[in-house]
Write a protein that binds this ligand. Structure first.
Ligand SMILES: Cc1cc2nc3c(=O)[nH]c(=O)nc-3n(C[C@H](O)[C@H](O)[C@H](O)COP(=O)(O)OP(=O)(O)OC[C@H]3O[C@@H](n4cnc5c(N)ncnc54)[C@H](O)[C@@H]3O)c2cc1C
Length: 532
């Protein structure tokens, strides 16, 4: 059976989305939050009504079979999945649509496309699943000398090429989507076990290029930990790093490309460290009087060396919004997984840490409730969340998230400053209160990765400016209070101003020198990480 094609406006494939009941429940909650009876509705344009400029470049005959300038291909590759992407798609703004989309079928074609775009003085935008929420795949050429934009969609590089069972690693093509990757590893009883929320519609190459964060709340938090070696096509030629379990030979070449967001080269394949599939699990939900008390318990757990696979605290409002709580308590969703040993002892010790701070397990005495009760409700809401934004933006509801990291000793003041600044901005910008909630996605012995969600009622015609003002106030607060502009969503174009404040000037200069050496024309992803 052929799969439905990906939506040009929204998450996932055509035909997928929120059910009528899910949408009604969400809107009911927003009506109460904003104190309104209804919402102004705006529908996105149908594909045939979207106006695109004439393509400014034509591929050579040798590449024509793997290139397209059809409207669907150009539209579906114009944006990622951020709020600002949806706000612009909603009003039919596709000014930055690429001129051509290339779908190379192998690495030789990737190289050929890089050579052609270089000789045509174009910009080349590497594209995995297009799930970027930071403007990472948008072909905005302002300020660059590039004459046209070509998006390089890697979806056909989708195979697991080789498995080394002894070292428990695999050589994998970069364009493979999460489910297809796991399906190819399953017959070997292996798994990458990197599950970002966007798992279904994002790719290995995208994860590596953005340093994505997976489901492991501790220890293996970022994809970085699983990368053994890389193969990259740069405008100056191919580059391959050596397969090693570890190395102290100078600055790591892998680390230069991990998180390079498509500006230094196109990652075509990687040797990835794998895991045996887990057979033992323990987990469940723990209730706390408030968020900060729960955070103190999580700090204790993070500093025990237990390394839970899941250790998310939801503040009371976040727990209520997802159906996991009633708004009166914070909820910790805790889980351990192992392919090797039972985990009851680990769970029991973590629950002792919780008890020290008054945390009470939802299912006392049940070792594994990681998919029951509040933990299960949270999990279900988490899986359905990506489908909400495309529905809410039509009603001018600004629902967005931002994430960061901070050391424990500053966490509480940091949280209050960021939440307060975002709430004030929502009130100033929209004229009414909204809501800002927080959870932890990842935790380290020296600090958490707080993840904020905000909800505001905007106005059609002004949505993008309203979102930008709120996002800027939140980002200013993150940097002012000592956090990072992103723990795992990447920099892209949207986080540039704050990234520039965060990294040391000399490091930025060194990175620009590396860019100049690998991509002297500045053809790769202009505007991402650096000025074009
Ligand atoms: C609903 C939702 C949930 C999300 N959840 C998470 C989460 O849990 N954790 C997380 O970390 N992120 C999350 N994200 C953000 C996003 O999914 C990640 O950044 C992801 O790693 C992007 O992968 P992709 O294949 O979609 O890459 P794309 O969006 O296609 O590209 C992202 C960036 O990487 C570059 N790139 C892509 N492929 C390559 C390649 N082969 N070589 C070189 N450069 C390349 C692109 O040019 C771009 O700059 C989420 C996004 C959404 C919409």
């Amino acid at each position: 059976m052929t799969q439905a094609r990906l939506k040009y406006f929204g998450w996932g494939r055509e035909g997928e989305g929120l059910t009528a009941e899910e949408e009604a429940a969400a809107l009911d909650r927003y009506r109460r939050l904003f104190g309104v009876d209804g919402f102004d509705e705006l529908a996105p344009p149908v594909l045939s009504a979207i106006e695109l400029r004439r393509s400014r470049v034509v591929p050579p005959a040798s590449l024509a079979p793997c290139c397209s300038s059809a409207a669907y291909d150009r539209v579906v590759h114009t944006y990622g999945k951020s709020f600002s992407d949806y706000a612009r798609g909603l009003v039919g703004d596709y000014d930055s649509a690429p001129d051509v989309v290339a779908y190379p079928r192998n690495e030789a074609e990737v190289s050929a496309v890089v050579d052609w775009v270089g000789s045509a003085q174009g910009a080349l935008i590497p594209f995995g699943g297009g799930s970027s929420v930071v403007g990472g795949v948008e072909a905005r050429l302002d300020g660059s000398a590039c004459r046209a934009a070509v998006t390089l969609d890697l979806r056909h590089l989708d195979r697991v090429l080789e498995i080394d069972r002894t070292s428990r690693a695999a050589r994998i093509e970069a364009g493979v989507f999460g489910p297809a990757l796991e399906a190819q590893l399953k017959p070997h009883a292996l798994s990458l076990r990197h599950f970002p929320q966007s798992f279904e519609y994002s790719t290995l190459g995208g994860w590596i290029a953005t340093r994505s964060g997976g489901h492991f709340a501790s220890l293996y938090t970022h994809i970085d930990d699983f990368v053994e070696s890389l193969r990259v096509i740069t405008p100056r030629g191919p580059l391959e790093t050596r397969r090693l379990p570890g190395s102290g030979a100078g600055p790591s070449p892998d680390r230069l490309f991990i998180g390079s967001e498509g500006v230094l080269g196109v990652i075509t394949e990687a040797w990835m460290r794998l895991q045996d599939r887990p057979r033992f699990r323990a987990g469940g939900a723990v209730r706390f009087a408030d968020f900060f008390t729960a955070a103190r318990a999580v700090r204790a757990i993070a500093q025990t060396g237990l390394y839970p696979s899941n250790c998310r605290i939801l503040d009371p409002q976040e727990a209520q919004n997802t159906g996991a709580g009633d708004g009166t308590s914070a909820i910790l969703v805790l889980a351990f997984e192992s392919a090797d040993h039972p985990l009851e002892t680990w769970m029991a010790r973590a629950l002792e840490c919780c008890a020290d701070f008054g945390g009470t397990p939802e299912r006392a005495g049940v070792a594994d409730a990681h998919r029951d009760g509040a933990a299960g409700l949270w999990r279900n809401a988490f899986i359905r969340m990506p489908y909400a934004r495309e529905r809410l933006v039509r009603k001018a509801i600004i629902a967005d998230t931002f994430e960061t990291a901070i050391t424990w000793e500053r966490f509480e003041a940091f949280h209050d400053e960021v939440k307060g600044a975002t709430e004030t901005a929502i009130r100033d910008v929209t004229g009414r209160p909204g809501q800002v909630t927080c959870r932890f996605t990842h935790v380290y012995p020296d600090g958490p990765a707080p993840y904020f969600s905000f909800h505001a009622l905007g106005r059609h015609g002004n949505l993008l400016a309203q979102w930008r003002a709120i996002k800027s106030a939140a980002s200013d607060a993150l940097i002012r209070a000592g956090g990072t502009i992103t723990h795992h969503h990447a920099v892209g174009r949207d986080h540039r101003p704050w990234y520039d404040k965060e990294i040391p000037a000399l490091f930025a200069a060194a990175l620009r020198a590396a860019k100049q050496s690998l991509d002297p024309q500045g053809m790769l992803n202009p505007g991402v990480l650096f000025d074009p």
